[in-house]
Ligand binder design. Structure first.
Ligand code: ADP
Length: 256
């Protein structure tokens, strides 16, 4: 059995808890993620997917419950410590690439290392290695505005991976990509997952993208309503199972 990388115990998130209209966006959710897990999160709009991923990955702190990453309880860390912990342990990939326009691609990719005070020679070497892996090594002197959408996304992924995180957290990472770039990104995730044992927790609304994962969590009304494991299914068989869950769950919305 692989090591536990992320443990969430009875996590609840209530927005506006001190107001007249509190919203329970996540309700008593538990999850154990092991090294090399590739988990995908789906569910209707407003079901709590972003809240789930944010509260499990240090971006937000749950109202109730505990989250441990690499054995460390997130709530017990101070603000500075969480920031450092994030750079050292997690790689975030979002729909918006969030590159800093005033920095070159090299400088953007180097940000997490610079913030961790890694010596310049090592920064140069590590940026080169990851940039080559993502095919952006020719773009290092360019600014984001001089790059295409796919190139910008690859640069933002290089920035997420330059610290060699054990866990990648991705919220709709293909939201702004065309289908070729989306599949290239998922092939990269698959390679990192299978060959380097990187764990991935990803939100998507696209069943085809979800079919690259090994496990699907279907979130409904702030809870994990269904879990599907790929096991020995082919990607195509798993894809059809994912489509089926989405369509069955959508139909229930009509009946309810
Ligand atoms: P999803 O990602 O599945 O679309 P979210 O996690 O964004 O769902 O939202 C879950 C629920 O929590 C929704 O009802 C949403 O309106 C509510 N919500 C999300 N963020 C906030 C917030 N900052 N303040 C108040 N309510 C919020």
């Amino acid at each position: 059995m692989n090591n536990e990388i992320l443990v969430a115990e009875n996590v609840t998130k209530i927005y506006g808890i001190d107001t007249k209209n509190p919203v329970t966006a996540l309700s008593d959710v538990s999850l154990t993620m092991y090294e090399s897990d590739f988990i995908c999160v789906m569910g209707p709009s407003g079901s709590g997917k972003s809240t789930f991923i944010n509260n499990l990955s240090t971006i937000d702190i749950p109202t109730k419950g505990k989250v441990f990453i690499n054995g460390q309880e997130v709530r017990t860390m101070g603000e500075n410590e969480v920031g450092k912990f994030r750079y050292e342990n997690l790689g975030f990939i979002f729909q918006e690439f969030n590159l800093l326009e005033s920095l070159t691609i090299f400088e953007n990719i180097a940000v997490p290392l610079t913030l961790s005070h890694v010596p310049l020679e090592e920064v140069k070497q590590r940026v080169q290695v990851i940039a080559k892996k993502l095919g952006v090594d020719e773009l290092l002197d360019k600014y984001p505005s001089e790059c295409s959408g796919g190139q910008r996304q690859r640069a933002s992924i290089a920035r997420a991976l330059v610290t060699n995180p054990k866990l990648i957290v991705a919220d709709e990472p293909t939201g702004n990509l065309d289908s070729k770039n989306s599949h290239d990104l998922l092939e990269l995730f698959k390679r990192l997952n299978e060959e380097e044992g990187v764990s991935i927790l990803m939100v998507t609304h696209d069943s085809m993208i979800a079919s690259y994962s090994q496990k699907l969590l279907y979130i409904k009304d702030g809870q994990i309503a269904e879990t599907i494991e790929r096991k020995d299914l082919t990607q195509k068989e798993y894809f059809y199972k994912i489509v089926d869950v989405n369509s069955t769950e959508s139909q229930k919305l009509f009946i309810d």
